[in-house]
Design a protein around this ligand. Structure first.
Ligand SMILES: NC(=O)c1ccc[n+]([C@@H]2O[C@H](COP(=O)([O-])OP(=O)(O)OC[C@H]3O[C@@H](n4cnc5c(N)ncnc54)[C@H](O)[C@@H]3O)[C@@H](O)[C@H]2O)c1
Length: 120
């Protein structure tokens, strides 16, 4: 953990996934401290650059602890189910994870006083 880092910390949801893991590398190169927040449902621990918090975007307890442990200045949100075929076969999974999960993440951000979001 890098609580007192001079680098601004960015919480990257889905940072163990394809887009999020590249984003973390770009953030690190740009002088930010990426903190990956991912439930590893489709992501890979080995993709993670920097710190990994294993958790779900709908898990308000783990998110509250993560916000309390780091001075997070913004969230970049890549945590999602993103397979087109599966989204047609099982739309409920996509509404729950992508829509309800994102709304829950926004509530956690509001509770933590974090009001900057980049939404992929
Ligand atoms: N792949 C592309 O070309 C592309 C292009 C533009 C935008 N996007 C968007 O970027 C986002 C990520 O896409 P990707 O291709 O990197 O997918 P991905 O499956 O590789 O990454 C998604 C990550 O989110 C995690 N995740 C999923 N649900 C979660 C939850 N409830 N809580 C915590 N973590 C969770 C997964 O474990 C995974 O690591 C999606 O919203 C997608 O629509 C993707």
């Amino acid at each position: 953990m890098e609580k007192m880092s001079s680098r601004p910390a960015i919480l990257v949801t889905g940072g163990a996934g394809y887009i999020g893991s590249h984003c973390c590398r770009a953030l690190d190169a740009a002088g930010y401290l990426p903190i990956t927040y991912d439930n590893l449902s489709t992501g890979h621990r080995s993709f993670v650059a920097g710190e990994l918090v294993v958790g779900d975007i709908a898990d308000k307890v783990t998110l509250a602890r993560t916000f309390a442990e780091h001075d997070i200045v913004a969230v970049m949100h890549f945590a999602a189910s993103s397979l087109v075929g599966e989204s047609v076969a099982d739309p409920q999974k996509y509404y729950v994870n992508n829509l309800a999960g994102t709304l829950s993440l926004l509530e956690s951000m509001r509770a933590a006083g974090c009001n900057r979001l980049v939404f992929s």
